[in-house]
Write a protein that binds this ligand. Structure first.
Ligand code: TXA
Ligand code: MG
Length: 355
């Protein structure tokens, strides 16, 4: 079924009340509204309305066993949706909320199965973006919101990205301009020893500083970096045959998530050899370098990426999406440094390069 999708521009710092009111009203009616957060655009529905949450899965083509993050204004709203609030949650939220950290906790009876994929836990975060916060306040509801892209596609950092994936499937897009963070939130499981399920904008070192102990990392990730996704999908998860029936512990850790439609590969830093090779094969190659390239390769489309991780993160999805629409044959990415600031970026690039 298609619906007509309204796109409404709002000021990213002081969103217009009328637009926010309309969006909140749609959410209360069980409709879908995409909105900017500080990480990426989310596709929101009333988290307490199972039918509305079901529409998110339909619009995205998301497998029903992949649970959705619930967005709240803060600790007070979060605690109504969980069964316990351990000291780690208290410390982490007082330091990082509102902000890009999603906590996994045992859910309370208020949370519908559709949100948690039938599982016993719920992911919660308080977004730090004036538009998201205004919407949460106006709707006075917890908002279930995955990234507002088609399942397995690159997350959207602009309203145009949401439009190109979901126009006709959702009721409204609040266009608050590009999202500042550019990568998704860090997902941390607090149901046992704190464990990062998905690296994101908040680093393990930041978390360690607050908890006084290092969070566990997904098993495929060492302190030094990220193993190649061909060797596994992150956690020891239910095998592929059970994907349709079992709620996944961290489905975002599946390989081939966050992928552009153009084949992408990562190469060793500082060398254009692979790019040269592909150009000689007659391919149109986009080469994402860290700072200006050492080699000059005529015919390659060089995109100079920022040298600091935060700026890189805020641009990478936008760059990948524009390369899809300009029609290159191959994207070659110079592998970023092997340190923690780049952990989430390396993770997403490796996933995007899984064939
Ligand atoms: O920054 C973000 O996190 C964005 C914005 C919109 O908030 N949202 C986002 O949602 O990236 P999504 O659905 O694209 O990714 C959420 C990840 C998925 O990997 C999902 O499987 C995992 O969080 N997740 C959600 N609920 C979970 C749960 N109860 N247990 C384990 N993992 C969960
Ligand atoms: Mg997503």
């Amino acid at each position: 079924m298609t619906v007509s999708t309204r796109i409404v521009q709002v000021d990213s710092q002081m969103p217009q009340e009328q637009a926010i009111k309309l969006a909140a009203e749609l959410l209360r009616q069980g409709r879908l509204v995409a909105f900017p957060t500080e990480s990426v655009y989310g596709l929101g529905a009333n988290a307490l309305d199972a039918a509305a949450v079901g529409r998110i899965f339909a619009a995205k083509g998301r497998p029903a066993n992949n649970p959705i993050i619930v967005h709240v204004l803060g600790e007070h709203e979060a605690r109504e949706l969980v069964d316990c609030w351990p000291w780690e949650a208290r410390r982490l939220t007082s330091e990082f909320w509102p902000g890009p950290l999603s906590l996994i906790l045992p859910r309370s009876a208020r949370v519908p199965d559709a949100v948690t994929a039938g599982g016993p836990t719920v992911a919660l975060r308080a977004p730090n973006h004036p538009v998201a916060m205004a919407l949460l306040a106006a709707a006075s509801l917890p908002i279930a919101a995955p990234s507002a892209n088609l399942a397995t596609h690159v997350s959207p950092t602009r309203a145009e990205h949401v439009w190109s994936d979901l126009a006709g499937q959702i009721d409204m897009i609040l266009d608050g301009g590009p999202t500042p963070g550019g990568l998704e939130s860090t997902v941390i499981d607090l149901t046992g020893e704190p464990r990062i399920l998905r690296p994101g904008l908040i680093t393990p070192a930041q978390i360690e500083l607050v908890l006084g102990k290092a969070p566990l990392l997904p098993t495929s990730m060492t302190q030094a970096g990220v193993s190649h996704p061909e060797h596994g999908s992150g956690l020891s998860q239910p095998a592929v045959h059970s994907l349709e029936t079992t709620p996944l512990r961290s489905p975002g850790m599946l390989a081939r998530h966050y992928a552009p439609s153009v084949p992408l590969e990562c190469t060793e830093p500082g060398s254009g050899r692979r790019v040269q090779e592909l150009v000689e094969q007659g391919l149109r190659v986009a080469w994402l370098t860290l700072g200006p390239p050492n080699d000059n390769i005529p015919g390659a489309d060089v995109i100079v990426m920022p040298l600091d991780a935060a700026s890189y993160a805020s641009r990478i999805y936008d760059v990948l999406r524009s390369l899809e629409s300009t029609g290159v044959d191959r994207i070659v990415v110079e592998t970023p440094p092997d340190d923690e600031a780049w952990l989430a970026i390396r993770d997403r690039l490796h996933r995007a390069s899984t064939s």
